[in-house]
Design a binder for this molecule. Structure first.
Ligand SMILES: NC(=O)c1ccc[n+]([C@@H]2O[C@H](COP(=O)([O-])OP(=O)(O)OC[C@H]3O[C@@H](n4cnc5c(N)ncnc54)[C@H](O)[C@@H]3O)[C@@H](O)[C@H]2O)c1
Length: 446
């Protein structure tokens, strides 16, 4: 019986071959790539959203010898041209292009969708992909609202799909080792973690309604979000700072550190969440806080705090983004792909330096050569030789922590949480933020 290409991929042992691919980074050439894998056993992926992060991910996927970027998709014509040319250079053959990712989902050869479109698209696109039988590499945050995250957990299970969140630190070797050390008791019982993100972002000014540029399909850019007129300070990237499409710095960068902190402490849902801050640095259209502290208290007698400063770039412990754990016997600082353990008198117990330069302020590509490890984990998991390092269940819990922080901020008070479900308790005003409204016809249906 003739086997389909997808069946073939599942049945070949990824073992030795896949292991050999690990670490093949940005410098890998099209010629080298062609020598390693046959056309028939490559995993075909489609990449959605190419202006920033998606362009970088298309390159990373394209460089994997056992993968082919079959489609690149964007609603910005210029972004398609740029990424299609780059991918063709890497792979030695051009990907198909479209402005509508649903065309990629119709292609039976496509095995996985990579979602790097704006946040309001993350869950709706992932749900459609799961329904179409595709696995998904989904950029963080997993969802725009908590209800969407819950639906993705249900969808991955219902349709039997692998959904990996782009919280790449879950695959960074020295961070994995640091968490292992924590769990092994290197600082005794850890009971407090503090994470941070700092940057010197500029003002987005006051935008005005404007004609939609001819290179943009604004209808499909909006997709599931209720319609609003186009404005001239929204596309690209600045949507992050409007609640209608974006989720603020808490989910943009807080997701990475809150995920790391709850992973290190081994906890899921808290019992109380508070947040303070505001749009302090500039007066403009930017809606979420540019200065924010989120605090989470757990029944397990541990606490987490996250500090976000979007417009005040002073680093903490020399790092623009990091996390430190405090325990009975000392502290453990995670800085990039390295860590430092000190006793209570600050004497160094263990230090592992990051061999890779990481720029947490690079908006698209903080660490190319480390991204590849996370992407490999996703591909190896499709091949059946690994399990996902950042599956959607944990990805939803970590995203939810940031969302609860934003809900507390927007409600203006601390909120109590059901530690079994993560839901807001006894606060109908806060609970209103649990789900979003959709443009008619774009509602998420499991
Ligand atoms: N894991 C990381 O380290 C990391 C780094 C950067 C960004 N990200 C995430 O990646 C996502 C994208 O961020 P960005 O900075 O690249 O944003 P961006 O605004 O620069 O790019 C988004 C792209 O998506 C396109 N797009 C919008 N709707 C689309 C649709 N329906 N179909 C196809 N394309 C569509 C836009 O035209 C644009 O080209 C964000 O959710 C962000 O949080 C993750």
């Amino acid at each position: 019986m003739k086997r389909s290409r997808r069946e073939f991929i599942r049945s070949v042992s990824g073992g030795a071959a896949a292991a050999a691919f690990v670490g093949l980074g940005p410098g890998f050439t099209a010629r080298g790539r062609a020598q390693v894998a046959g056309a028939n056993d490559r995993i075909h992926v489609a990449v959605m959203g190419l202006n920033g992060r998606g362009h970088s991910l298309a390159g990373t996927f394209g460089k994997q010898p056992d993968c082919r970027v079959a489609w690149v998709c964007d609603v910005d014509r210029r972004a398609i041209e740029k990424t299609a040319a780059a991918v063709a250079g890497i792979q030695g053959n051009a990907p198909k292009t479209t402005n509508d990712f649903r065309r990629c989902l119709e292609d039976p050869e496509v095995q996985a969708l990579v979602v790097a479109a704006p946040d309001h698209w993350h869950a709706p696109a992932t749900l459609l992909a799961c329904k179409a039988g595709k696995d998904v590499y989904l950029e963080k945050p997993c969802s725009h609202s908590p209800a969407e995250g819950e639906m993705l957990v249900a969808a991955a299970s219902k349709y039997g799909r692998k959904v990996q969140l782009g919280t790449q630190r879950r695959s960074w070797p020295n961070v994995v080792e640091a968490v292992k050390e924590l769990r092994g008791g290197i600082i005794g019982r850890p009971y407090f973690a503090k994470g941070w993100y700092t940057n010197n972002r500029k003002s987005i000014g006051f935008g005005k309604e404007a004609p939609v540029p001819d290179w943009l399909d604004y209808e499909l850019w909006q997709g599931p979000a209720p319609r609003r007129p186009f404005r001239d300070n929204l596309v690209h990237y600045n949507w992050h700072w409007f609640w209608h499409w974006g989720t603020g710095e808490a989910l943009n960068n807080g997701t990475h550190m809150l995920d790391l902190m709850r992973w290190g402490l081994g906890v899921e849902y808290p019992v109380r969440v508070g947040s303070s801050g505001g749009r302090f640095h500039f007066v403009d259209d930017w809606e979420p806080p540019d200065t924010q502290v989120i605090t989470l208290d757990y029944a397990e007698k541990v606490s987490i705090a996250w500090e976000g400063r979007s417009c005040s770039g002073r680093t903490i412990d020399g790092s623009g983004a990091g996390a430190i754990f405090h325990g009975e016997n000392g502290s453990l600082l995670v800085d990039g792909n390295g860590y430092l353990v000190q006793d209570l008198d600050e004497k160094v117990v263990r230090e592992v330096k990051s061999a890779t330069d990481i720029d947490p302020r690079n908006p698209t590509n903080p660490a190319d050569s480390l991204d590849v490890v996370h992407v490999r984990n996703f591909l190896d998991s499709i091949r059946g030789t690994a399990s996902l390092n950042a599956d959607i269940h944990g990805g939803h819990v970590s995203t939810l922590l940031c969302q609860l922080g934003n809900i507390a901020f927007r409600t203006g008070r601390s909120i109590n949480i059901d530690r079994a479900t993560g839901h807001v308790v006894g606060d109908p005003e806060a609970a209103k933020y649990w789900e979003r409204e959709y443009e008619k016809g774009w509602e998420m249906v499991l």
